[in-house]
Design a protein around this ligand. Structure first.
Ligand SMILES: NC(=O)c1ccc[n+]([C@@H]2O[C@H](COP(=O)([O-])OP(=O)(O)OC[C@H]3O[C@@H](n4cnc5c(N)ncnc54)[C@H](OP(=O)(O)O)[C@@H]3O)[C@@H](O)[C@H]2O)c1
Length: 274
């Protein structure tokens, strides 16, 4: 049976590279991005390059919870199965003096795009994923991890892009572990990944606060593709991978109290969108 994967943020960088690899292996690919024009062009390019016509494009701005919910609804309405969800879309640190930005919903932007959108998407797609079991959710996180202060998750104080990025990435890992504990019995595995350090993607090359790139998109794609296709990973859930190696993430990722607090905060933040 043809396997189906949804990859958020697959109009560029890591997501696009892995989409192309899976398309060449005859997967059905659900591409996603935030620009209809760019998405349509990537769709045509990928069909042409890979010879796979079973590729489709979905547009949604993940800085809007309403748009994210609409994306989930479109997937549920058009797909009978979903074997793999890759929450990959993300934004990275901009200039060193960047000021705090807000999402369409008025939430801190990094937390919204990098974490909350993926939280909402996984939550809404869980019935489809469990119906398709064995299935996998892969959260593309980062080695950059800063513990969340639950009294100030919107970072009203002591803001920096780096802190905002790093707390959003640890939030993804905390969420991965919470979901793994609750849903692995349904046949849906949840794992998180640091794909590679400073890959030469827009996120890194357009930033004036990050060092020069030191790895290729292919390095990250090797690590992500493995989590998608490898039989050796099929039984793994609640794991954090640093490139190809299973490692421990920041201690907060395993803290039951932090897991509960993040779940409660997330449900509260999405409640008007569902
Ligand atoms: N690059 C690294 O060294 C590195 C290291 C560790 C982890 N990561 C993680 O890897 C993932 C992929 O990053 P990348 O390096 O491939 O970055 P990238 O090339 O900038 O790609 C990011 C993707 O996310 C999409 N996106 C951004 N904001 C969005 C929004 N509001 N709504 C919908 N889509 C949105 C982008 O769309 P556009 O095409 O329209 O820009 C693009 O498709 C991220 O989660 C990142 O945190 C990257």
């Amino acid at each position: 049976m043809t396997k189906i994967v949804l990859i958020t943020g697959s109009t560029d960088g890591l997501g696009k590279a892995v989409a192309e690899r899976l398309a060449r292996q005859d997967w059905k690919i659900l591409l996603h991005g935030r620009s209809e024009d760019k998405g349509t062009a990537v769709l045509a390019e990928m069909r042409e390059l890979t010879g796979n016509d079973d590729i489709y494009y979905f547009n949604a701005d993940l800085s809007s919870l309403a748009d994210t919910k609409r994306l989930a609804d479109e997937i549920l309405a058009t797909q009978k199965r979903l074997d793999v969800l890759i929450n990959n879309a993300g934004i990275g640190p901009r200039a060193p003096d960047s000021i705090r930005s807000l999402s369409k919903d008025g939430n801190e932007l990094f937390l919204s795009v990098n974490y909350l959108a993926g939280y909402l998407l996984a939550r809404q797609l869980l019935p489809l994923l469990s119906k398709s079991a064995p299935s996998r959710v892969i959260n593309v996180a980062s080695i950059a991890q800063v513990p969340l202060n639950f009294d100030d998750i919107m970072l009203d104080n002591d803001y920096s892009d780096y802190r905002a990025y790093s707390q959003s990435k640890l939030a993804q890992i905390i969420h991965t572990n919470t979901m793994a504990e609750q849903y692995t019995d349904l046949g849906v595995t949840f794992n998180s990944l640091h794909p590679a350090t400073l890959m030469s993607t827009n996120m890194v090359t357009n930033s004036t606060s990050l060092p020069d790139s030191m790895s290729t998109v292919d390095d990250g794609a090797d690590a992500l593709e493995r989590l998608v296709v490898s039989d050796a990973i099929a039984q793994k859930s609640g794991c954090y991978f640093n490139e190809q190696n299973e490692e421990k993430a920041n201690a907060q990722a395993y803290d039951a109290d932090a897991q509960k607090q993040l779940m409660a905060a997330s449900e509260m933040l999405i409640k008007n969108a569902i």
